[in-house]
Design a protein around this ligand. Structure first.
Ligand SMILES: [Zn+2]
Length: 250
């Protein structure tokens, strides 16, 4: 339950400024009003603009909510989230992103450390916080993330990673009222109020959006073929083996 000296908010989610989401900024603002959230950290892929637009939209409506500039950057070691920096750091290496971010007194958060990352000791040491719950990650990977944060004594944070508006409230966090998001994160003062995992179909939908936005037909075919192939592999291993030899012969 929410304590008197706390504010509710959401961290790490996507809007139409991401290649794999269609969520309108106005829809996100509606949701923030409905849920009575006091902070929202919108983290589009390689694009800060979404968070700036969300801030402007809420200001226009007279909604008092903290919306720091934020972005989820794709790097050579995997995704990194920067909060508190308006400059777009797209295309930089992980080291450069961490360096530029700290130079500007902003913070770097490591999202879903076990989904698509090539981590090394130096990187983990130099980031400011670790996402230990991600709505799109498996339970196993979330547990591993928790262990990683404990091992490196890093502050922790929780995210829905929602790509659809109906999932924005799946993970809700709380922070002290008297601290901004970045400070609360650095001080390890963020706690989860609600943690729901998304189901497979949600990830499937954002893959479809991505294929459509990119006009990527091969991805589209893969999206539909993969579950079928997985099914054959698990339920009909002999037939799977047969298909593989057939494919190798072709
Ligand atoms: Zn994300």
């Amino acid at each position: 339950l929410l304590q008197e000296n706390e504010h509710l908010g959401i961290f790490h989610f996507h809007s139409e400024y991401s290649f794999d989401s269609d969520t309108k900024i106005a829809t996100i603002a509606d949701k923030i009003e409905t849920l009575n959230l006091k902070f929202a950290v919108l983290t589009d892929h390689d694009e800060v603009e979404g968070s700036l637009r969300l801030k402007a939209e809420l200001a226009r409506r007279g909604v008092d909510a903290e919306v720091p500039p934020a972005c989820e950057y794709r790097t050579e070691i995997g995704d990194l989230i920067v909060v508190g920096l308006e400059t777009n750091l797209k295309g930089l290496t992980s080291r450069e992103i961490i360096y530029q971010t700290h130079l500007a007194d902003a913070i770097v958060i490591l999202p879903h450390p076990y989904d698509g990352h090539k981590l090394n000791h130096d990187i983990i040491e130099s980031i400011d916080a670790i996402e230990v719950f991600n709505g799109r990650s498996s339970q196993t990977n979330n547990l591993k993330s928790q262990k990683l944060a404990e091992k490196f004594k890093k502050p922790i944070i929780f995210a829905s990673d929602a790509h659809l508006s109906r999932h924005l409230g799946h993970v809700i966090i709380a922070k002290p009222r008297n601290m901004n998001f970045e400070q609360a994160c650095l001080d390890g003062k963020i706690r989860a109020v609600k943690k729901y995992s998304l189901n497979r179909s949600d990830i499937f939908i954002s893959q479809l959006i991505k294929a459509r936005k990119h006009r990527d037909f091969r991805l589209l075919i893969r999206i539909f073929a993969n579950p079928v192939i997985d099914h054959i592999r698990v339920k009909m291993p002999k037939f799977f083996k047969f298909l593989k030899t057939l494919k190798d012969k072709l």
